[in-house]
Write a protein that binds this ligand. Structure first.
Ligand SMILES: Nc1ncnc2c1ncn2[C@@H]1O[C@H](COP(=O)(O)OP(=O)(O)OP(=O)(O)O)[C@@H](O)[C@H]1O
Ligand SMILES: [Mg+2]
Length: 511
């Protein structure tokens, strides 16, 4: 007898419909044949499924059984087909009767040998796919069902075992329909870090605030021990809360990469990723046999912090250029081409030279001009051009460190950032972007008007610093954010001059 169960395969962060067909009762020696481009984890499924069946009190098939994962030209990865395969076997061997309910749900889940379900990657994507397909709902392992329940308009059920899933489909067991909002952790993330710990560094603190408020990329340059990493580690404490729409995008990437499998609850927060400089190109951009998200996608709608920027491989830095510009990255593999979102704020830190002390008041720099130039050249002009805010963080003297007052708290900085973000969201409502940094040409024209006197100042700065047309637009966008933080309708001269002053590295590399 043939049983057909709806399931799905993950491609990047999206789920593609897969039909699991199980046919039992074929003539020939009693064994299981799996077809439809399964990878090793899928092939191992029969051992797990047989054991799960036995330990749940059911029989494994006594006749030859064929399992087909359709479409046959799509590679299938991971153990998520255990549950649909086990249910398909139960139906096709006459051990259950789903009465057509298989047609209503997308079903996925890993099984342990005992028959308990285990969470899988991509629960949220499966729910989105089920909705797009017009199915009634999804049936997933409980931890994966929580994130799926954020998708409105479909029914989401979580199961803890094969037996529960079977009895639910037979109509013997009632399960309560899940609501995603029940799983939000209301408490804001506890962090022992606070911007109040950072002494001095007024300029760097201000620049970080502007960058996070408007979603602008920024680079901190300073000698060892000046507090660059310290400042960066505190960025999560001032990031604005994501909208539900932004959060769903964040969650879809995190879920596809498997991070959410270990989460107890969902927390409305933006991601902050800080990959080490030894990371591979695939780790950074994404990839793998069936392409999955890399660090830049895991930082989607959040911050990607690249400490010691010149230490990253040149190739890795160069491939970043296009994703920074487009907010998405396309990866081609033999298994197919996927496009992943990666709209992140790039935060970077570096020393001014190899020894680190160029321009320092306390230490003498031991580098030759050629060494300095070579070091800085590791970051190409085009990459630098995409970084809106360059800020110097000079080292504080022991005296300054001892006497300087505590800085402003993260909570109060975050308050200003949050309200600047709300201003942007209402300004751009109806558009497909919500931050000043993501403004398109038309939006720049509409919202970044400057007086002719300011235009002349900007033009002369452009000539003096030999800035590109891209830098011109980026300066206007940063000015808009500074005006928003100032709760000013229009961009004023002081907003523009502050934004111009943030292009310091363009200046210093060109002297
Ligand atoms: N402005 C500051 N206020 C308070 N403490 C500071 C400040 N700057 C540095 N420190 C202290 O110095 C330590 C080292 O700072 P941090 O690691 O941020 O330096 P860095 O600029 O990243 O240096 P490197 O270039 O070597 O990576 C901090 O953990 C902190 O204890
Ligand atoms: Mg550091």
């Amino acid at each position: 007898m043939l049983a057909t169960v709806h399931s799905a395969a993950l491609q990047g962060i999206d789920a593609i419909p897969v039909l699991v067909e199980v046919n039992s009762g074929e003539s020939g020696d009693p064994r299981l044949i799996m077809v439809g481009l399964p990878d090793t984890a899928v092939k191992e499924s029969d051992d797990r499924v047989f054991s799960a069946l036995a330990n749940s009190g059911y029989q494994k098939p006594q006749t030859r059984t064929t399992i087909n994962l359709a479409p046959g030209d799509l590679k299938k990865e991971g153990p998520m087909y255990d549950l649909p395969i086990a249910l398909g076997i139960l139906e096709s061997t006459g051990q259950m009767s789903a009465n057509g309910r298989f047609g209503a749900f997308t079903i996925a889940g890993e099984l342990s040998l005992s028959g308990a379900t285990r969470p899988i990657r991509g629960g949220l994507a499966f729910a989105l796919a089920a909705k797009a397909r017009g199915l009634k709902g999804v049936l997933l392992p409980s931890p994966s069902a929580r994130e799926a329940a954020l998708v409105s308009g479909i029914e989401v059920y979580g199961v803890d075992s094969l037996d529960q899933a079977k009895r639910f489909l037979e109509g013997e067991l009632e399960l309560s329909r899940l609501d995603g909002s029940d799983f939000f952790d209301s408490a804001s993330p506890e962090s022992s870090l606070d911007f109040a710990d950072v002494k001095g560094q007024g300029q760097a603190r201000r620049a970080v605030e502007v960058a996070v408020a408007g979603g602008h990329n920024f680079l901190m340059i300073g000698p060892p021990g000046s507090g660059k990493s310290m400042i960066a580690k505190r960025i999560p404490t001032i990031m604005p809360e994501p909208t539900l729409e932004e959060y769903l995008e964040i969650l879809q990437v995190q879920s596809a990469s498997g991070v959410t499998k270990r989460w107890d609850n969902l927390r409305m927060a933006r991601p902050f990723r800080s990959p080490h400089h030894t990371i591979s190109d695939v780790g950074l951009l994404g990839g793998g046999a069936i392409p999955g998200p890399g660090e830049i996608s895991l930082a989607h709608n959040g911050v990607l912090f690249m400490d010691e920027l010149p230490e990253f491989k040149r190739s890795a830095l160069e491939v970043l250029r296009q994703p920074i510009e487009d907010g998405q990255v396309t990866i081609s593999r033999s298994a197919g081409k996927v496009t992943l979102p990666c709209n992140f704020v790039l935060a970077a830190a570096m020393n001014p030279c190899p020894c680190g002390y160029l321009g320092s008041r306390q230490n003498e720099c031991a580098c030759s001009p050629t060494q300095v130039q070579r070091y800085r050249n590791r970051i190409s002009g085009p990459l630098l051009d995409r970084i809106d805010i360059h800020i110097e963080a000079p080292a504080l003297s022991i005296e300054e460190l001892r006497t300087a007052e505590k800085g402003e708290s993260s909570e109060s900085i975050r308050g200003r950032i949050q309200s600047a973000r709300l201003t942007q969201q209402s300004r751009f409502s109806g558009n497909d972007f919500s931050t000043n940094a993501d403004m398109n040409e038309a939006a720049i024209e509409a919202h970044c008007l400057i007086s002719s006197q300011m235009g002349a100042i900007l033009q002369s700065a452009m000539e003096k610093l030999s800035l590109s047309a891209r830098a011109y637009n980026r300066i206007l966008k940063v000015s808009r954010t500074i005006a928003d933080l100032d709760q000013s309708e229009s961009i004023q001269l002081n907003h523009l001059t502050e934004a111009i002053q943030y292009r310091s590295l363009d200046r210093s590399t060109r002297v």
